[in-house]
Design a protein around this ligand. Sequence first.
Ligand code: GLA
Length: 743
Amino acid sequence: MKRISLLVAMMFVVVATASAKDYLLSTPNTSLVLTAEEGKPLYFRYYGTKATLEDVFSSHRAMKYPAFRAFGTHCSQPHACLIKHADGDNATNLLIEKVKLQKSGSMQRLTVSLRDTAHPFVLHLHYDAYTDCDVMKMWAEYENEGRKPISLQKYMSAALPVCSQDCVLLHLDGDHGNENNENFEPLGEGIKIISTQDGGRPSVHNNASFMLGTDGKVSETEGNVIAGTLAWTGNHHIEFINNRISGRPVLIMAGINPVGSDYTLGGKKTLTTPELILTYSTKGKGQATRNIHTWARKHHILHGEKEREILLNSWEGVRQDITQDGMNDMMTDFARLGGEMFVMDDGWFGNKYVRDNTDKGGLGDWQVCRQKLPLGIGNLVSFANSKGLKFGIWIEPEMVNTHSELYEKHPDWVLRHESFEPTYGRGKTQLLLDMTNPQVQDFVFGVVDNLMKENPGIEYIKWDHNMCMFNASSLYLNKSHQSNLYVDHQLALQDVLKRIRRAYPNLVIQLCASGGYRMNYGYLPYFQELWTSDQTDALHRIYIQWGALNFFPANVLAAHVCSTQNKYTQRRVPVKFRFDVASMCRLGMEMVPSQLTAAEQAYAQRAIAAYKSLRPVIQQGDLYKLISPYEGNRDFCSLMYVNEKQTRAVVFVYRMLYTRHMPNKIIKFQGLDPQRKYLIKEAAPEVEGKPCSLDGKIVSGRYLMEEGVVIPELTKGSSRRTPYNDVRDMNDYRSHIFELIAQ
Ligand code: GLA
């Protein structure tokens, strides 16, 4: 705690005074100030660039705004919590009882406990600040000290007032195969809400992340930006309340979506809410992105600083037509290309109800299909290993088909209402298991545990989730607790994931949900990576990855090269462009490799070798976005990664659309050391031994950033035949990857 004396008010600016109870939390470049005095409400004073209390209280940025309003005292104002107490009251009056400042490793935590003056209820508000990266976290604990249950009707994690009258919001929306679209919108008067109600896939339609430009814009490199993301595996709710005309700050509140979720909190029980992860940048959204990536790799994502392997997944290649020979052939071919891991997707399980392309049966029966794989999984693992590959497998453990032995045995394990027909998911036979039921929890743990015990050598799991919670009713929970389901289902899932992690700490597990429907930090302490989208069309993927990269680092975003003609869009894209787009994140393949021509296979080999050498920079470097694919005619996109020491960088340049007589495109690099010179090398050029004209140049970092480069080949059309001349729209898809090496 820091104490400072009262400051004298200055002219022309709204000045608040600091008191002995002002608490300053700081990261290397950001600060947060609260005023907390026993017996008084908690006040929010400041969140912004690094500051002293003197800086804050002598500036226009200091405010005095209730830090977390409970419904009960200023009922006309927006509130962050509404509690129905045991006596029927829904009014709460929170005053500070205790303030605690703790330090643990690189984190400082301020906890303010506020007691209700009328009921046995305490709210603990936590504010965490890292000293080694520019991230803070806010979250809350709701403690029922009474013996009788209370009902939490709104129970946000955090409230953040923002001192700006001119905000622009960036958030991501989308749908299946079209995730993470960037949406920029000025924050108008009123309330803007980002939320989901899917039940178990928090990024369906709206990702729980945002950037708020507070200078009337959200630019990549300029202006002040607050970025936030709510780490919650279930339904989220983020609201932005703008009462600009009244001159009040913009209020951001984030937490669990209260819709259908009145939470019955038993006597002597506490509910811990999810963390709102926050950062602040004075250099545009690019810096906000880098702050989140650095924090996430260092402190949050499981094995966030470990390299991810290049894999081939069987899904788009063969879908559910799994055979022993088919798998072996794919492995043999992938090993020849330099791959590292093979993953057998959906279709390998079920005997009484064989899993086939109708999607109607098998989920729940996680035993190898003897008809399809008579030699079993063990044989596939050994085969993979004999080719120098690791082996992974797909599961969807939270699901069941009504056509399954599991459902025949346990029809009461599913989520549904007891008295009416449930709504079914995929194949019109899929239902979600009820994670609140302890028997289901054991079963889901057992899916992983049995697979691992019965098939030693599995090193990767793709954990899928292809249905939303259509039927939000539990046959296990009491009637009085039905509205706890959305939350308790998630808490139970997290317990199971913790149990799996205790048993299998090193197993790599990818999280997938109909593509990218589970992109949320709430999962990332348990999963090493996310399947970004079922959309593997390279053109489409540029946008999907570009959006995701705002909040998630490259090493968690799985990006796979599809076959020449994409299965979803039917678009034909040259092999180089497909590899160059997938190489922007965690590279993989999604096809039958033998369907590539000999020339394409030779290219794939070179692209994979190049990725291996560039991987440390791509997966761990700082991201700089250079040209947005949304810009202009949507014809170019460029981004780069720079290692921490600024000695190596990798630049990706894409031309998505060709028009005759395209003017030169100047690309200005970022993040380099201005004092150093860099050798530019083209990685995996389209024609072996024929890099583009930029290759071999040595240019200073300062020049590359201030004047940039032009790649003459990038804007040229060509009737030249390439080894990949089966692709018709070749001119539209031109790309280059450059490695920059400090001299
Ligand atoms: C989902 C996933 C795909 C694939 C299929 C299998 O759609 O997103 O990658 O695993 O399920 O059924």
